[in-house]
Ligand binder design. Sequence first.
Ligand code: AMP
Length: 222
Amino acid sequence: MKLILLGAPGAGKGTIAKLLSEVDGSVQISTGDILRGEVEAGSELGARARGYMQRGELVPDELIMEMMEGRLRRPDCAAGFLLDGFPRTIPQAEALAQLLQKLGIALDMVVNLEAPREVILERLTTRRTCENPDCQAIYNIRSKPPRVEGVCDRCGGAVVQRADESEEAITQRLETYMEKTAPLADYYLKQGLLLRVDATSSEKAVAAVRERLRSLLERSKQ
Ligand code: AMP
């Protein structure tokens, strides 16, 4: 499948992308994960992105597009991809459309994950992430704590609260989302690509996406 996952921070894009990637092996591409990996690795890109990320602001479009062009050209994308956290602005969406055209790739759909603000705030403040850049497993201190407190079940790395998950940074990220990213839903609705999904339950959200994919496949056979 070739999908974009839209939604506020905390709407569950990462969790839902992981579940969907298990369905058919489509690769999850999270710009946030890639950027955090670059910051950890101390690369030039990481150094340029770091300040924006810590403040809960968006990294400039040019940096993101350069990074994503390289990523989407990698051979593992041929089997399908789930874009998690990208595009995040109208200029990124426009640049992505041009890039996909150049690569001869058509999107199946754009999923807008919708959840009430209280659910989002609760998820973000209780979320914990494995610090190991190659793992970045997600936990929740209430609903999905690691077996040993502060230690990743998967790789043994330290499980921490992300620097951009302080109350101040969360407020900033939600504002940035409303201003810059929320308009993308309308952008893709006009292109007939949007599927709106209630993201309060990840399992139900995955089922809704699979159902739409099934009907798209059937329609393409007719
Ligand atoms: P995320 O894990 O998707 O919430 O991303 C964490 C942070 O990385 C964001 O708050 C931004 O600073 C940056 N970021 C991730 N994806 C993008 C993007 N597509 N455009 C600009 N900044 C991004």
